[in-house]
Write a protein that binds this ligand. Structure first.
Ligand code: DGL
Length: 274
Protein backbone atom coordinates (compact mmCIF):
# COMPACT_ATOMS: atom_id res chain seq x y z
CA UNK A 1 0.00 0.00 0.00
CA UNK A 2 1.14 3.55 -0.71
CA UNK A 3 0.34 6.64 1.32
CA UNK A 4 -0.40 10.09 -0.05
CA UNK A 5 -0.05 13.14 2.16
CA UNK A 6 -1.28 16.67 1.51
CA UNK A 7 -2.14 19.67 3.66
CA UNK A 8 -5.74 19.15 2.55
CA UNK A 9 -7.68 18.05 -0.51
CA UNK A 10 -5.25 19.08 -3.26
CA UNK A 11 -3.44 15.75 -3.20
CA UNK A 12 -6.65 14.16 -4.45
CA UNK A 13 -5.68 15.42 -7.90
CA UNK A 14 -2.51 13.31 -7.66
CA UNK A 15 -4.51 10.42 -6.23
CA UNK A 16 -6.91 10.43 -9.20
CA UNK A 17 -4.03 10.24 -11.70
CA UNK A 18 -2.29 7.45 -9.75
CA UNK A 19 -5.52 5.42 -9.59
CA UNK A 20 -6.07 5.79 -13.28
CA UNK A 21 -2.46 4.77 -14.08
CA UNK A 22 -2.38 1.91 -11.52
CA UNK A 23 -5.92 0.77 -10.67
CA UNK A 24 -4.61 -2.14 -8.58
CA UNK A 25 -2.65 0.10 -6.17
CA UNK A 26 -3.92 0.15 -2.57
CA UNK A 27 -3.89 3.77 -1.39
CA UNK A 28 -4.25 5.47 1.97
CA UNK A 29 -4.65 9.25 1.75
CA UNK A 30 -4.19 11.71 4.58
CA UNK A 31 -5.18 15.37 4.35
CA UNK A 32 -4.03 17.59 7.19
CA UNK A 33 -7.15 19.74 6.92
CA UNK A 34 -6.88 20.76 10.59
CA UNK A 35 -3.73 22.73 9.74
CA UNK A 36 -4.32 23.67 6.07
CA UNK A 37 -3.33 25.74 4.27
CA UNK A 38 0.41 25.33 4.67
CA UNK A 39 1.30 28.07 2.16
CA UNK A 40 1.90 30.75 4.79
CA UNK A 41 3.02 28.62 7.77
CA UNK A 42 6.52 28.54 9.21
CA UNK A 43 9.02 26.01 7.90
CA UNK A 44 9.19 24.40 11.37
CA UNK A 45 5.42 23.87 11.48
CA UNK A 46 5.33 22.45 7.96
CA UNK A 47 8.17 20.05 8.78
CA UNK A 48 6.54 18.97 12.02
CA UNK A 49 3.07 18.38 10.53
CA UNK A 50 4.47 16.65 7.46
CA UNK A 51 6.56 14.31 9.60
CA UNK A 52 3.50 13.47 11.77
CA UNK A 53 1.40 12.84 8.68
CA UNK A 54 4.00 10.60 7.07
CA UNK A 55 4.40 8.66 10.34
CA UNK A 56 0.63 8.16 10.54
CA UNK A 57 0.63 6.70 7.03
CA UNK A 58 3.63 4.43 7.73
CA UNK A 59 2.04 3.27 11.01
CA UNK A 60 -1.06 2.23 9.07
CA UNK A 61 0.94 0.12 6.64
CA UNK A 62 2.16 2.37 3.81
CA UNK A 63 5.52 1.24 2.43
CA UNK A 64 6.06 4.37 0.33
CA UNK A 65 4.59 7.81 1.05
CA UNK A 66 4.25 10.52 -1.56
CA UNK A 67 4.13 14.11 -0.37
CA UNK A 68 1.32 15.07 -2.74
CA UNK A 69 1.85 18.70 -1.77
CA UNK A 70 4.44 20.98 -3.35
CA UNK A 71 4.72 23.11 -0.22
CA UNK A 72 5.39 20.14 2.08
CA UNK A 73 7.74 18.60 -0.49
CA UNK A 74 9.65 21.86 -1.04
CA UNK A 75 10.09 22.53 2.68
CA UNK A 76 10.26 19.09 4.31
CA UNK A 77 11.19 16.34 1.86
CA UNK A 78 14.97 16.68 1.93
CA UNK A 79 15.10 16.91 5.74
CA UNK A 80 12.83 13.90 6.16
CA UNK A 81 14.85 11.85 3.69
CA UNK A 82 18.26 12.86 5.02
CA UNK A 83 17.77 13.28 8.77
CA UNK A 84 14.75 11.28 9.88
CA UNK A 85 13.77 8.34 7.70
CA UNK A 86 16.86 6.20 8.17
CA UNK A 87 16.35 6.13 11.95
CA UNK A 88 12.58 6.28 12.20
CA UNK A 89 11.49 4.02 9.31
CA UNK A 90 14.62 2.61 7.66
CA UNK A 91 12.73 0.27 5.33
CA UNK A 92 10.27 2.87 4.01
CA UNK A 93 10.53 5.64 1.42
CA UNK A 94 9.19 9.19 1.08
CA UNK A 95 8.90 10.77 -2.37
CA UNK A 96 7.81 14.22 -3.52
CA UNK A 97 6.10 15.80 -6.51
CA UNK A 98 8.67 18.32 -7.72
CA UNK A 99 11.07 16.01 -9.51
CA UNK A 100 8.77 15.05 -12.42
CA UNK A 101 7.88 18.73 -12.92
CA UNK A 102 11.50 19.86 -12.97
CA UNK A 103 12.28 17.05 -15.42
CA UNK A 104 9.43 18.16 -17.70
CA UNK A 105 10.36 21.84 -17.63
CA UNK A 106 14.08 21.24 -18.21
CA UNK A 107 13.81 18.20 -20.49
CA UNK A 108 16.47 16.54 -18.31
CA UNK A 109 16.30 13.44 -16.15
CA UNK A 110 16.70 14.43 -12.46
CA UNK A 111 19.94 12.55 -11.97
CA UNK A 112 21.57 14.24 -15.00
CA UNK A 113 22.10 17.22 -12.71
CA UNK A 114 25.48 18.01 -14.20
CA UNK A 115 24.37 18.10 -17.82
CA UNK A 116 22.91 21.33 -19.10
CA UNK A 117 19.73 21.29 -21.16
CA UNK A 118 19.34 23.86 -23.94
CA UNK A 119 15.71 24.60 -23.02
CA UNK A 120 15.24 28.36 -23.02
CA UNK A 121 11.47 28.81 -22.64
CA UNK A 122 9.78 31.28 -20.39
CA UNK A 123 7.82 29.20 -17.86
CA UNK A 124 5.33 30.60 -15.36
CA UNK A 125 5.23 28.82 -12.01
CA UNK A 126 1.98 29.25 -10.08
CA UNK A 127 2.48 28.05 -6.49
CA UNK A 128 2.02 28.95 -2.84
CA UNK A 129 4.16 31.75 -1.42
CA UNK A 130 5.99 29.17 0.66
CA UNK A 131 6.92 26.98 -2.31
CA UNK A 132 8.27 30.04 -4.11
CA UNK A 133 10.20 31.27 -1.06
CA UNK A 134 11.79 27.81 -0.74
CA UNK A 135 13.45 28.36 -4.16
CA UNK A 136 13.11 24.63 -4.75
CA UNK A 137 11.82 24.94 -8.33
CA UNK A 138 14.05 27.95 -9.12
CA UNK A 139 17.28 26.29 -7.97
CA UNK A 140 16.61 22.85 -9.45
CA UNK A 141 15.54 24.26 -12.82
CA UNK A 142 18.50 26.69 -12.93
CA UNK A 143 20.98 23.85 -12.26
CA UNK A 144 19.71 21.80 -15.18
CA UNK A 145 18.49 24.41 -17.68
CA UNK A 146 20.06 27.81 -16.97
CA UNK A 147 18.41 29.24 -20.08
CA UNK A 148 14.87 28.70 -18.78
CA UNK A 149 13.30 31.91 -17.54
CA UNK A 150 11.09 31.03 -14.59
CA UNK A 151 8.42 33.59 -13.72
CA UNK A 152 7.29 32.86 -10.18
CA UNK A 153 3.74 33.77 -9.25
CA UNK A 154 2.56 33.25 -5.69
CA UNK A 155 -1.20 32.79 -5.38
CA UNK A 156 -2.06 33.64 -1.77
CA UNK A 157 -5.65 32.87 -0.80
CA UNK A 158 -6.32 30.44 -3.62
CA UNK A 159 -5.82 27.27 -1.53
CA UNK A 160 -7.95 28.76 1.28
CA UNK A 161 -10.70 29.58 -1.23
CA UNK A 162 -10.63 26.07 -2.75
CA UNK A 163 -10.61 24.36 0.66
CA UNK A 164 -13.30 26.74 1.92
CA UNK A 165 -15.69 25.75 -0.85
CA UNK A 166 -15.68 29.18 -2.54
CA UNK A 167 -17.92 29.46 -5.59
CA UNK A 168 -16.81 29.66 -9.23
CA UNK A 169 -16.94 33.48 -9.34
CA UNK A 170 -14.50 34.29 -6.55
CA UNK A 171 -12.21 31.46 -7.64
CA UNK A 172 -12.22 32.73 -11.22
CA UNK A 173 -11.50 36.25 -9.97
CA UNK A 174 -8.45 35.07 -8.03
CA UNK A 175 -7.12 32.94 -10.88
CA UNK A 176 -7.59 35.72 -13.45
CA UNK A 177 -5.81 38.19 -11.17
CA UNK A 178 -2.80 35.92 -10.68
CA UNK A 179 -2.59 35.03 -14.37
CA UNK A 180 -2.69 38.74 -15.30
CA UNK A 181 0.09 39.52 -12.79
CA UNK A 182 2.22 36.68 -14.12
CA UNK A 183 1.76 37.66 -17.77
CA UNK A 184 2.66 41.20 -16.86
CA UNK A 185 5.91 39.99 -15.24
CA UNK A 186 6.59 37.75 -18.23
CA UNK A 187 6.11 40.73 -20.55
CA UNK A 188 3.74 38.79 -22.83
CA UNK A 189 2.35 35.31 -23.39
CA UNK A 190 4.64 32.63 -21.98
CA UNK A 191 4.99 29.35 -23.89
CA UNK A 192 4.37 27.24 -20.79
CA UNK A 193 3.11 27.24 -17.25
CA UNK A 194 3.29 24.94 -14.25
CA UNK A 195 0.56 24.55 -11.64
CA UNK A 196 3.02 23.95 -8.79
CA UNK A 197 0.42 23.36 -6.11
CA UNK A 198 -1.66 20.21 -6.06
CA UNK A 199 -4.81 22.20 -5.27
CA UNK A 200 -4.60 24.19 -8.49
CA UNK A 201 -5.58 21.39 -10.91
CA UNK A 202 -8.97 21.53 -9.12
CA UNK A 203 -9.42 24.90 -10.87
CA UNK A 204 -7.34 24.07 -13.94
CA UNK A 205 -10.12 25.03 -16.42
CA UNK A 206 -10.00 28.54 -14.92
CA UNK A 207 -6.22 28.75 -15.40
CA UNK A 208 -6.63 27.36 -18.91
CA UNK A 209 -9.28 29.94 -19.77
CA UNK A 210 -7.27 32.85 -18.34
CA UNK A 211 -3.95 31.90 -19.99
CA UNK A 212 -3.32 32.65 -23.69
CA UNK A 213 -4.37 29.70 -25.86
CA UNK A 214 -0.86 28.63 -26.94
CA UNK A 215 0.47 28.39 -23.36
CA UNK A 216 1.21 24.75 -22.57
CA UNK A 217 0.18 23.68 -19.05
CA UNK A 218 2.30 20.95 -17.50
CA UNK A 219 -0.01 18.43 -15.75
CA UNK A 220 1.55 17.56 -12.41
CA UNK A 221 -0.88 14.74 -11.52
CA UNK A 222 -0.17 12.88 -14.78
CA UNK A 223 3.59 13.49 -14.61
CA UNK A 224 3.76 12.28 -10.99
CA UNK A 225 1.67 9.20 -11.78
CA UNK A 226 3.92 8.36 -14.72
CA UNK A 227 7.02 8.76 -12.55
CA UNK A 228 5.49 6.47 -9.92
CA UNK A 229 4.74 3.79 -12.52
CA UNK A 230 8.42 3.91 -13.41
CA UNK A 231 9.52 3.90 -9.73
CA UNK A 232 7.30 0.88 -9.07
CA UNK A 233 8.81 -0.98 -12.00
CA UNK A 234 12.31 -0.29 -10.63
CA UNK A 235 11.40 -1.06 -6.99
CA UNK A 236 8.81 -3.80 -7.38
CA UNK A 237 9.62 -5.38 -4.00
CA UNK A 238 8.36 -2.25 -2.21
CA UNK A 239 4.88 -2.69 -3.66
CA UNK A 240 2.82 -5.70 -2.57
CA UNK A 241 0.17 -6.78 -5.06
CA UNK A 242 -2.95 -4.74 -4.37
CA UNK A 243 -6.65 -4.75 -5.18
CA UNK A 244 -7.20 -1.02 -5.60
CA UNK A 245 -8.50 -0.29 -2.08
CA UNK A 246 -8.79 3.38 -1.11
CA UNK A 247 -9.27 5.10 2.24
CA UNK A 248 -9.27 8.84 2.81
CA UNK A 249 -8.27 10.14 6.24
CA UNK A 250 -8.32 13.69 7.56
CA UNK A 251 -7.04 15.42 10.66
CA UNK A 252 -10.01 17.78 10.29
CA UNK A 253 -13.77 17.46 10.37
CA UNK A 254 -14.95 15.01 7.66
CA UNK A 255 -18.37 16.71 7.56
CA UNK A 256 -16.78 20.00 6.54
CA UNK A 257 -15.07 18.48 3.50
CA UNK A 258 -18.08 17.95 1.32
CA UNK A 259 -17.99 21.43 -0.18
CA UNK A 260 -14.56 21.49 -1.86
CA UNK A 261 -14.98 22.46 -5.52
CA UNK A 262 -13.78 20.40 -8.47
CA UNK A 263 -12.94 17.19 -6.59
CA UNK A 264 -12.62 14.05 -8.71
CA UNK A 265 -15.73 11.87 -8.50
CA UNK A 266 -16.10 8.33 -7.15
CA UNK A 267 -14.25 8.92 -3.88
CA UNK A 268 -15.21 7.38 -0.53
CA UNK A 269 -16.02 9.84 2.29
CA UNK A 270 -13.17 11.10 4.47
CA UNK A 271 -12.75 9.44 7.88
CA UNK A 272 -11.28 11.26 10.85
CA UNK A 273 -7.71 10.21 11.71
CA UNK A 274 -7.77 8.67 15.18
N1 DGL B 1 -1.54 21.33 -2.18
C1 DGL B 1 -0.53 22.08 -1.49
C2 DGL B 1 0.65 22.35 -2.45
O1 DGL B 1 0.80 21.61 -3.39
C3 DGL B 1 -1.17 23.27 -0.89
C4 DGL B 1 -0.37 23.94 0.11
C5 DGL B 1 -1.15 24.70 1.13
O2 DGL B 1 -1.75 24.04 1.98
O3 DGL B 1 -1.11 25.93 1.09
O4 DGL B 1 1.43 23.27 -2.29
Amino acid sequence: MIGLFDSGSGGLTILAAIRSAMPDMDILYLGDHANAPYGHRSNAQILDWTQSGVSALFDRGASVVILACNTAAAIALRTLQQSWLANAYPDRRVLGVLVPMVEAVTGQPWHAENTRSDHDDTVILFATAKTIQSRAYRDEVAKRAPGVRLIEQACPGLVDAIEGGAGARPLKGLVEGYVAEALDKAGGPAPSAVLGCTHFPLVEPMFRAALPAPTQLYGQPELVARALVDYRRRHASRFAAGTGTLRLLTTGDPEALKTVAGLPGGLPPFERLV
